[in-house]
Design a protein around this ligand. Structure first.
Ligand code: ATP
Ligand code: ZN
Ligand code: MG
Length: 302
């Protein structure tokens, strides 16, 4: 293996990630998963006493909720929909014929009621809205999901199917912005405990198109999104391993999340990119976990 071989090649060679032939779609080894499990336990030790309600949704969500979310307005380039064959026997015959001659057999696939989850918190808002009023002192949720984003890349830190652990807070403006600040402090502390070099910076989402530029600028000007960055593939351009998002009352208004008096709640979410954090650990401390600094191993495995 030469010195020039990329981090992705080294991950494949070590077996930590498994090539599937599609950029951004990888298998994970038991060792890789063990690092993620250990880091999630560390998250639990920091967040566990807050009394969040744990909910796990599968990596697909109700298409109707996805449509209401407005995701296709902001990020059409990233979305993934689930389509299926819904024809009769005759249609099946022409499907097989089509595949046999190498034509595009996917054209007749029909949209199902499911789309791939783009961020762990998306299925939560309509679920909570259905339950009724948000308590005066707020509500807190603990989520984890595989998420899909159509952004194929050779950068191992930019995958198409990856896991996001999230805490989502609903309540008054002060309540949710305090929540976000406390996780920015905890994030820095956690990464320090596992020997990772971090910076925090203001950020924006990759809103689509020319109108999206304005949304992105607005998001930055109002400090609505921060990222915790760690060098993985580049020191000059470190990778976002956590994000801290304040939605103001936008999601509250969209989903009808209200206090008992009818006023709209504010929301914020904090996301951990679990694969990115594992990759930052492997990049910083080496591909062999047995060689990691004792303090890091202790923080992760006790
Ligand atoms: P980026 O700017 O790098 O595209 P993002 O702003 O799109 O990141 P968020 O939407 O805030 O990221 O998602 C929350 C977290 O999920 C990110 O901080 C990151 O750690 C992780 N994440 C986002 N996109 C990917 C991806 N394609 N592959 C792996 N992890 C990702
Ligand atoms: Zn979120
Ligand atoms: Mg992105």
């Amino acid at each position: 293996m030469d010195m020039q071989s990329s981090f992705l090649d080294r991950l494949f060679d070590s077996g930590l990630l498994i090539d599937t032939g599609v950029d951004g779609l990888y298998g994970r080894s038991g060792q890789f998963e063990d690092v993620i499990a250990a880091f999630e336990r560390l998250i639990d030790t920091f967040g566990g006493a807050d009394g969040a309600e744990a909910i796990r949704f599968p990596p697909g969500m109700n298409r109707a909720f996805f449509e209401t979310s407005g995701y296709m307005k902001s990020f059409p380039q990233l979305a993934g929909t689930v389509h299926s064959f819904c024809g009769n026997e005759l249609d099946h015959m022409s499907l097989l014929k089509c595949m046999e001659v190498g034509d595009d057999w996917t054209r007749d696939q029909q949209a199902t009621d499911i789309v791939l989850t783009p961020a762990a918190c998306y299925p939560l808002y309509p679920t909570v809205a259905k339950r009724g009023a948000i308590p005066e002192n707020g509500a807190l949720y603990d989520l984890q999901s595989y998420c899909f984003r159509h952004e194929p890349s050779k950068d191992p830190a930019r995958q198409q199917l990856f896991r996001m652990r999230e805490y989502v807070c609903m309540g008054s403006e002060k309540h949710v912005t305090d929540f976000r600040q406390s996780w920015m402090d905890r994030g820095v502390e956690m990464m320090k405990a596992v020997g990772l070099d971090v910076t925090i910076d203001v950020a924006n989402d990759p809103f689509f198109g020319r109108a999206g530029k304005m949304l992105a600028n607005n998001q930055r000007d109002q400090n609505l999104k921060f990222e915790l960055l760690i060098p993985i593939t580049s020191v000059a351009k470190p990778t976002a391993c956590m994000s801290f998002n304040y939605h103001q009352d936008a999601f509250g208004a969209k989903w009808g999340l209200n206090f008992a008096d009818g006023s709209v709640v504010h929301t914020a979410c904090v996301g951990f990119g679990l694969e990115r954090i594992a990759l930052a650990l492997f990049h910083t401390h080496g591909l062999d976990v047995k060689e990691w600094p004792e303090s890091v191993r202790k923080a992760l495995w006790g």
